[in-house]
Design a protein around this ligand. Sequence first.
Ligand code: PLP
Length: 444
Amino acid sequence: MTTHVFHRTPERPAIATRARGIEITDAEGKTYIDSSGGAAVSCIGHGDPRVVEAIAKQAATVEYAHTGAFTSEPAEALAERLCRSTTLPLDKVFIVGSGSEAVETAVKMARGYHLARGDEGRHRVIARRQSYHGNTLGALARGGHVARRTPFLPMMPEALLVDPCFAYRHALPGETPEAYGLRAADSLEAEILRLGPDTVSAFLAETVVGATTGAVPPVPGYFRRIREICDRYGILMISDEVMCGVNRCGPFFAIEEDGAAPDIVTLGKGMGGGYQPIAAAMCTAAVHDAYSDAGRSFVNGHTYMAHPVACAAALAVQDVIRDDGLAARVAPMGEKLRQRLESRFGNHPNVGDIRGRGLFQAIEIVADRDDKTPFAASDGMAGRIFDACRDLGLLVYPGSGTVDGIRGDHLLVAPPYNVTEAQIDTIVARLGDGVDAGLAQVGR
Ligand code: PLP
């Protein structure tokens, strides 16, 4: 069949015709368990009638009113809800349409903060080699996702990337997690001193790393040290929680568990749960007040920012999380998912690591479990396993990242917060079969 849609891959993907709960059905009638909610997007499952109704109601009331002249009831209510949902002292919400826009907003917000305070030299943003912050050129320039960056390198400013916090690959033999965390964090200070502290605006990091290496949580103490370093040099700390935020790891923001309060936090996927494209950058009163004290506006706008229908959908998604008690399910169901993954893959010769927080878990596929040797890029392991799982009726989120020259293949499992124990059993069983089928294709 011909298609006029410019798809990313040479082949046209299956056509999704129905999505309900944890399942998606295609035009051929095949049904898949959506165990990763796409890219950790679907947090309440598909097709919830309460969200559908909220969307229809808002579309019939005010579908769009330009933010140059208007705010809207759902935007105001959503911003208030988000501020109340986190234990972090975040006070203002800038609502946009995608995670990439949220990251662009966050780094511009930091720059504007310094300008408002008369600190004009601060413009540099330091990030980490193991990171993905989005697909627009500005956000891509801050990340370390080699495959997604490579075609566009000549078009991007130089990235200022410091050590990741990735204990599985980088902790030294015998080093405690705490000692490793301090060592990893201290690479930020070295970079700040190299660049000159007065030129640095912000440090940007995913709390639990998603796309590049797959559900990698920080070690204890890492982000506390990062906060200390940022404070020492007057640098804003930006936590990118586009993937790991909104209760995906348990608390509203994952960083709430790490004892460090960022100045700006981005959120996205779980904010609208897939019902509408929506994301945001939240900041402290201190960041916002720097603008108002200086009588400055934040020069940043998108036609569809704070879109009323998207805000109504996101508010309804947050209502579902609250009304169905879903946030409280994440830790216990995440624990169950982890136990099942451990019992299926704990001794698997090609699963090197099982990691994550809450309902954000991943397995790392390696050629040799003992010395952690990765598969070659030409083996395409993550893609093979994704395909094998899809044939078995399971959707997972595959990824292959390269950090400091070391490749990795991983599969991410991030089901909706209302996933049942029986569904977890089916997910892990199919994933196990998919992993073995993918490995068999390369003679393992
Ligand atoms: N930041 C993180 C941590 C992400 O995982 C992503 C997307 O995967 C983005 C930013 C970009 O979000 P979007 O794809 O909605 O632009």
